[in-house]
Design a protein around this ligand. Structure first.
Ligand SMILES: [Zn+2]
Length: 416
């Protein structure tokens, strides 16, 4: 009898423990959503501040989710919900659009790689340069602003106390530069849109940041670090077209469009967030070792796709150097495009966007995603990209023979 009672009691305890366990996981899993104000585009694709729901959160009090953890600077701790509002606004906006991008890759192009990706640490307000050995370069070494980048995972350096890290996305703080400080001679004291137009129409052969970097060198004379140094500009937030659309963005804090100031608050620009996440999503084939015209062009294509914005599409159609209607300086292929410093010109972006148009929206999207399998980070445009495009067409196109003819015709027109 006694034994039986004890046994029954034991079973009851077990059931109780099981019950508590199930109950607690249910309570735990209920805390996955929370509303925040974030910057989104409205139906007219204008930037507006709106309440959004963040999903898959695993914390009650910080931006720590199942797939993303948003931290400030070099910290390992997620930003708390009760941190200052400028910070939580950026964290919520980045978290929200990263989730949009992740869902796109899982549900639209069915990426198993993205589905199984480990949680990504996302750093905002980080000025340090990336160091392959040390994770973060020394604080004093040329701090970075107005930019974003995606870094590859690293093994760390236990002898120096550097822990291993996974793929990460870094958003730089924005820093305002007055137009008068830009050494652009004839453009000094004009509105920034004039500078943009000048960049787009006359220069257009280099990345916007490189263009600005050349313009801003004089700033270093007082000993202050140049906000846009000529070094370390290899990885930028996308081609000039993506940046220009990002630049034409409402400042969420001052609620002003900039006229005479340049800055780019990358953590709140949807297209830039999509561009950076696309680098991670495509990294099963396009590893994140360095930037090339192809790797940037591919990330831009998916940023444009996820944004699904007619305004952006029109902008691409008008101004891309490959075949833009209103691009004053349309550009044939040049051997220089193969080099890293031209990674952010929009030639490859315009080229891939045109191929997508030739194949039709649905097919084109699937095509671009399959194309990554034929490419690596060291592929060049003239040989591997073109071969990759034709091979992908054999596998994906509805009528490969005809579609390849159309593609080749377009490429030949551009000197390829
Ligand atoms: Zn990029």
């Amino acid at each position: 009898m006694t034994i039986l009672t004890t046994q029954r009691c034991f079973f009851n305890m077990k059931n109780l423990i099981l019950f508590v366990f199930i109950f607690s996981t249910q309570v735990f899993s209920q805390v996955t959503e929370r509303s925040f104000e974030a910057l989104v585009r409205n139906d007219n694709k204008k930037p507006v501040i709106q309440e959004v729901t963040l999903t898959d959160l695993i914390s009650n009090d910080s931006f720590d989710g199942e797939y993303f953890k948003i931290v400030k600077g070099k910290s390992d701790e997620a930003i708390r919900f009760d941190a200052e509002s400028e910070l939580t606004f950026r964290a919520a906006t980045a978290y929200y659009h990263l989730t949009v991008a992740r869902n796109y890759f899982i549900h639209k192009v069915k990426s198993d790689y993205v589905k199984n990706l480990k949680k990504i640490v996302v750093r905002i307000e980080l000025t340090n340069q990336f160091s392959e050995l040390g994770h973060f370069a020394n604080d004093k070494l040329d701090p970075q602003y107005n930019n974003a980048l995606t870094i590859p995972a690293g093994e760390g350096l236990s002898s120096r106390g550097v822990k291993p890290w996974g793929n990460e996305i870094w958003f730089r703080p924005s820093k305002k530069i007055h137009i008068r400080d830009l050494k652009t001679n004839n453009l000094a004291n004009r509105e920034f849109s004039v500078l943009m137009g000048s960049f787009r129409n006359q220069i257009h052969m280099q990345s916007l940041q490189r263009f600005l970097a050349g313009a801003v060198i004089a700033l270093t004379q007082d000993g202050a670090p140049s906000p846009l140094s000529t070094e370390n500009l290899i990885r930028t937030v996308g081609s000039s077209i993506i940046m220009e659309v990002g630049y034409q963005f409402l400042d969420p804090i001052t609620k002003l469009f900039s006229r005479k100031w340049y800055w780019l608050d990358t953590a709140v620009v949807p297209e830039i967030i999509y561009h950076e996440y696309s680098h991670v999503a495509l990294s099963d084939h396009l590893v994140l070792s360095h930037s090339t015209a192809i790797i940037e062009g591919m990330a831009d294509v998916f940023a444009g796709q996820i944004a699904n914005s007619p305004k952006l599409a029109m902008h691409i159609k008008r101004y891309n150097t490959y075949n833009g209607k209103n691009a004053e300086r349309k550009q044939d292929y040049m051997i220089q495009f193969e080099m890293g410093e031209y990674a952010n010109t929009d030639f490859v972006f315009g080229m891939l966007w045109e191929i997508k148009k030739i194949l039709g929206e649905e097919k084109g999207e699937q095509f671009m995603f399959e194309l990554r399998k034929k490419l690596t980070t060291s592929s060049n445009i003239r040989v591997q990209l073109i071969e990759g495009i034709l091979q992908t067409c054999d596998e994906v196109c509805t009528v490969p023979f005809l579609d390849k003819l159309k593609i080749l015709k377009s490429l030949n027109l551009k000197g390829l």
